[in-house]
Design a binder for this molecule. Structure first.
Ligand SMILES: Nc1nc2c(ncn2[C@@H]2O[C@H](COP(=O)(O)OP(=O)(O)OP(=O)(O)O)[C@@H](O)[C@H]2O)c(=O)[nH]1
Ligand SMILES: [Mg+2]
Ligand SMILES: [Zn+2]
Length: 397
């Protein structure tokens, strides 16, 4: 029997087709490079980010019996799935919902899914294609609860405004998330019309002191400075995810880049009154001039998840230095021959950057610990059930 393995799930292909399939015949397979009627905008699946790897997977798993589309929005249990032709209001097929072991097995914005249409623009999602990247964060206040921000992202635009939002520690945090997620970061310094040029120079210099090798683009949505530069970066078929606090101008930027009023934006004073963010859910949008954007509601905090590798990339300088401390178990506080302390004294490492490193490292260890505890709990629970079963068998009750 043909088995489809999707995100670690094994599904019998036969079941997949017969279960809960309200339609009789699988119809219409979307062909790539569909040419539409002249009066419609022509769009290819590649413009939505479709690529060779996905096509290979589709063939290998015989998923070409289904349609394929990309999740562009998520509302509770419903998803909006976009193809090169239209959009569908989709829900999960029961099998997928019930066999999902974690959040990772369910679709998120940015995912490619195998689906079938059962009514006009209504669809059932059967499987999620493997992802090439996942941007995730730890949900605030809940230990080791992961929230998926977006998947299959190529670049993250980390937006920080020069006024009240400016905070290099937070930038390093976002960078760590990107480095962990296999997503290339670009820093967008927004609202530069609000400050003097001299002040801007200082801010840029401060960032460059601590963050090297990351593209930084100062932008004003008011004077349009920097927009051309972002546009020149955009590549057709690549996915860009907007990250940053509420009110920094993410949606305004997206409107500017597209030349249309796609997203609702609002004044900060108005949003405080209402006590909520202007953008309320994630959404994927395809720009005509190339580039696929995912807009997000602003984030108040960005918790670090299992960020080992990302962490090491962000704080590469510090981690490399630690190798040359005199003692292997150096805590880098006040030991003799501590390379980090020496570098801080010489001004080679920024002391604030180091403090931030320690803070994120602590959080990361805590996250790993709580994850391990959770695993232990799951194991214990499993063992308990097993014991109960064994006892039952022995006592025959
Ligand atoms: N001065 C100035 N104001 C801007 C700029 N960009 C955006 N704004 C204003 O900032 C406010 C917030 O902009 P939004 O685009 O809604 O911010 P957002 O990041 O999408 O916010 P959330 O959706 O809540 O996450 C609006 O009033 C915008 O007009 C800019 O470059 N300069
Ligand atoms: Mg917004
Ligand atoms: Zn040391």
């Amino acid at each position: 029997m043909q088995k489809v393995v999707v995100m670690g799930l094994k599904i019998d292909f036969k079941n997949l087709l017969s279960l809960e399939n309200p339609y009789k015949s699988l119809k219409k397979i979307h062909i790539l490079n569909v040419v539409l009627n002249k009066n419609q905008t022509e769009m290819k699946l590649e413009d939505l980010g479709y690529n060779k790897n996905l096509e290979t997977f589709r063939k290998q798993q015989n998923l070409d019996l289904f349609d394929i589309g990309r999740v562009i929005a998520e509302h509770k249990d419903r998803y909006v799935v976009k193809t090169s032709i239209t959009e569908y209001d989709a829900e999960l097929i029961g099998n997928l919902r019930f066999t999902a072991e974690s959040r990772y097995d369910l679709p998120a914005v940015g995912d490619w899914v195998a689906f079938s249409e059962y009514n006009e623009n209504k669809a059932l999602i059967h499987a999620v294609y493997p992802r090439h990247s996942i941007i995730e964060r730890q949900a605030v206040g809940k230990s080791s609860q992961i929230q998926i921000i977006a998947t299959n992202v190529d670049y993250a635009l980390i937006v920080q405004s020069v006024n009240r939002d400016f905070n290099i520690n937070r930038l390093e945090r976002y960078l760590t998330v990107c480095n962990t997620s296999n997503v290339e970061p670009i820093i967008i310094l927004s609202k530069i019309d609000l400050i003097e040029e001299q002040v801007l120079k200082v801010l840029i210099n401060d960032i460059k002191q601590r963050i090297k090798d990351v593209v930084l683009i100062p932008v004003s949505n008011q004077s349009n400075i920097g927009l051309e530069k972002i546009l020149s970066f955009l590549k057709k078929g690549k996915t860009y995810c907007l990250l940053g606090s509420s009110g920094v101008g993410k949606s305004t930027l997206l409107n500017k880049l597209s030349g249309q009023e796609l997203m609702t934006t609002d004044e900060i004073s108005a949003r405080v009154d209402r006590g909520k963010h202007v953008t309320t859910h994630r959404e994927l949008i395809v720009l005509e001039n190339g580039g696929i954007f995912i807009d997000n509601p602003g984030m108040r905090e960005i918790g670090i998840t299992d960020a080992t590798s990302g962490f090491e990339i962000t704080f590469n300088d510090i981690i490399e230095l630690a190798q040359s401390c005199k003692f292997n178990d150096c805590t880098h506080n006040n030991e003799e021959g501590c390379a980090i302390q020496m570098a801080i004294e010489k001004g080679e490492i920024d002391s604030e950057s180091y403090a931030n490193f320690l803070k994120i490292e602590k959080e990361k260890s805590f996250f790993e610990l709580s994850k391990e505890e959770k695993r232990k709990k799951d194991r214990n629970f499993g063992k308990m059930i097993k014991d109960i079963k064994k006892q039952r068998k022995q006592n025959k009750y």
